[in-house]
Design a protein around this ligand. Structure first.
Ligand code: DGP
Length: 118
């Protein structure tokens, strides 16, 4: 899949659409999901053009991958869910119902969430 510059997260990265920012550094921007599935539901996106987890891990340089996942952990710290527990999810492709074609990790927490997909 080629990268679509008009996807909603590309517009958020360019500042064309507002977001409720939770964290930002050189590698990632994190913002609260517009339709939260848990008391804490933050989306973490890389600043580069990657369509999904599959594309990111196959194509991005190691320093970029490391910086991005370090940012995911910082989001957990900043939102406090590192203390109580959290789940990270990344949907790739149709069977996972990925709806925005810019790689993102969901950080979910703030309540007991049960076991995986139960
Ligand atoms: P996924 O299904 O994994 O592709 O998740 C996409 C998520 O993005 C979904 O939980 C809703 C969220 N989302 C979609 N549009 C916007 C937006 O404009 N702003 C914010 N903050 N979240 C959005």
């Amino acid at each position: 899949m080629s990268y679509d510059n008009n996807n909603i997260f590309a517009k958020i990265l360019r500042g064309e659409i507002p977001c409720n920012k939770a964290y930002e550094d050189d590698f990632a921007l994190a913002f609260h999901d517009i339709t939260p599935s848990a008391p804490v539901h933050v989306l973490v996106i890389p600043k580069g053009e990657y369509t999904s987890f599959d594309d990111f891990t196959a194509s991005a340089p190691a320093t970029t991958i490391h910086g991005f996942f370090a940012a995911v952990q910082k989001v957990a710290q900043k939102t406090g869910v590192d203390k109580t527990g959290y789940r990270i999810i990344s949907n790739h492709g149709a069977d996972a119902s990925q709806s925005v074609p810019h790689f993102h990790v969901h950080v979910l927490g703030g309540k007991p969430m049960g076991h995986l997909l139960a």
